[in-house]
Design a protein around this ligand. Sequence first.
Ligand SMILES: C[S@@+](CC[C@H](N)C(=O)[O-])C[C@H]1O[C@@H](n2cnc3c(N)ncnc32)[C@H](O)[C@@H]1O
Length: 353
Amino acid sequence: MEKLQNLLLPITEIQPVFPDTKYMGSKKDLLPFIFENVRKLKFENVLDAFSGSACVSFMFKQMSKKVDSNDFLRFCFHIANGTIVNQNSPLTPEDLNLLLKNNKNRKNFVKTTFGEMFFSLEEDEFLDNLWANIQELRSPFKKSLALAAVSRACMKKRPRGIFTFTGRKNWDARKDLKISLQDQFIEACKVYNLSIFDNQKENKAFNKNVFQLNPDPYDLVYIDTPYVSPYSDCDYVRRYHFVEGFSRYWKDTPPVETTLTKKIKSYPTEFSSKKTVSSAFEKLFNHFKKSKLVVSYSSNSIPNKLEMIHLLKNFKKKVQCFEKEHLYSFGNHSHKVNNNNNHVKEYLFVGED
Ligand SMILES: C[S@@+](CC[C@H](N)C(=O)[O-])C[C@H]1O[C@@H](n2cnc3c(N)ncnc32)[C@H](O)[C@@H]1O
């Protein structure tokens, strides 16, 4: 109960902070570099077109911009809706009581489908129960916050935050893996609550394939697609299928029974294959050609720096490329921290008229 009482800190009196994230390709550590190069540009309405963890959206929100965030993953939409669009609805201790109560109407989809593949049976029950309780929250922002928090809790309780293997492989002594899922969830509610603030702008969140977005409203579009690399695939659904499935309670996205991890089918995206990625960028730059374009990419990805500049120059008169040495610790470049392939140059391309 004490934990619940601590939940509602006086959020108006403290600086909002965005929680750390291990999301694959997260730009959290690169925010100072991105900020340094976008602050010089003139813009009011910005689209974070591939928002992922929403940390870049949060930076734009802190810059007092009107921010639209988009990602085709549903759990990423909920992070943006709960933290970027939401200006003043944190989860209260009363909400937490509702979320943690025993719900007789709960289903048992997680328990019967996944058993002990990712979590204990007790933790599966907690998730089934939580889903039923989340449906009772009336505010869409609070629903999103709770879904963002449960996704974070589940990822914290997995080595490297991913669902590509089952059981306790790579399970080490880290504290995060020992904390119960319920306590992880309460902690996640707390940290997402701390990110909520009002920037006096009508921010929005979308859950669409990027090409379905209306390109008209934006002065600037920030583009951070999956990085296509020869060293590793960049399939977000494969890594995060469990939290993505949970965020829909697997409605319309059933687990594929024949797969080892019971993952859902990957969503098609032209940005994850060597064959289609260059034409996808061309199509994307054309789609948003009226806006300033800011693109994150890295030196060991496809297309390379010169090709990217060439593609941008088809649509923008002035193209600049800023660079920074960067060490990825996980995910898109290699699974091994000390592998040289992780030492890359991070690029920020800026295209203007
Ligand atoms: C490199 S990550 C973005 C990381 C984010 N900027 C951050 O800092 O956390 C790329 C994102 O693109 C999303 N994505 C991939 N293809 C997409 C598409 N066609 N439309 C919308 N989102 C897409 C993925 O779900 C993933 O979250």
